[in-house]
Design a protein around this ligand. Sequence first.
Ligand code: ZN
Length: 316
Amino acid sequence: MQSVFRNEPFQSLIIEGEKGSGKGFISDVYAGGILCGEKDRGKRPCGHCHSCMMADAYTHPDLIKIPHEKPKLISVSDVRDGLVNAIQIRPSVSEYRVFILPEAEKMNAQAQNAILKTIEEPPAHAVVILLTTSAGALLDTIRSRCRIMRLQPLQDSQIAAYLKDVLQITGSKAELCTAFARGNIGRARSLALNEDYEEVRQEAVSLLIGMRDADQSELMNAVEEVGKWDLTPEDFFGIMSVWYRDVLLYKAVGDPDRLVFRNQTAAIKDAASQISYEGLENIIKALATAGKRLNAQVNQDLTIELLFLSIQENSR
Ligand SMILES: [Zn+2]
C-alpha cells in the first residue's frame, strides 16, 4: 500500500483481489488521498477537509465510479461515456479527477481496446483505477500499461482486530468469523453482521454433530435453507469447513482450548477419533469444491449428493 503513495499518483492502476478483499475500500482511500485538499501532507486523506468530506459521502464531483448498464458486461458504450469521453473534462474542485471502474474483468475485448489509449496517456489531471477479481481476465495490452496492485489475504490477527475495533465483536463469534474468513475481511464482515448469525451457527452445529448418521436429505434441506439467512451454499460449507479444521486440529494437537467450536469439544473429539487425517483433508477439499460448483450454478442436487457421499465415505 505504502509504495503507491508518492508525490505524483500512478495514473493508471489495477487493483486485483478476490471478492470481499477490500478493493473498493483501498481504491476509495487512494482516491481520497489524491483528492485531499491538505496538500502538504500528501499521501493519505486527512479525513476532515472539504474534499475528504465529499469523498466520504460519495458526493465528490472529481471522484467518479464508472457505471455499466448490463450486470454481466461492461460494453464499449459504457467505457466511452464513463471514461474515454468523460476523462477530458477538467477537475472541478481538486487538482485531479479520479475514475474508478469496478468489476473491470467484465469488459469485453472491444471495451478494453476502447480504453487502451486513455490508460496509456491519460490527461495530466486524470487517474484511472480498474478494480478486478482477476487481472488475468484483462488483455496483456491493458495490464502492461497499468501499475498492478494485488491484495493479499490478511492475517487472522488483523481480521480479529478489525472485528474487535470496528464492529466491537469478540469472543467465540469473532473466532468463528475469523476462521471462516480465511484472510478475507469482506467475508468476516458479512458473517459477523448477519442478523441470523446465531441461528446459522446452531443449524450448522446440529447438522455436523449428526453428520455420520445423517441422510442426504438433511444436508439437502440445510442447503436449501441458507438463502433465507442471506448466505450462499458456499458460505454454509465454509462454516462446515471450520468445524472439520477444528477436528483436524484436535486430532493433531489434542488441545480443546484452541478450537473455534470449543463448546462442542465432545463431538469434535469423537469425530477426531473416527476420521483419519486423509479423510479430514478429503472432506475439507470436498466442501470447497462443492461451494465453488454451486457458485458456478452447477447442478445443485448432484453436487450435494457428491459432497454427502464424500463426507460419509471419509467419516469412517
Ligand atoms: Zn483531506
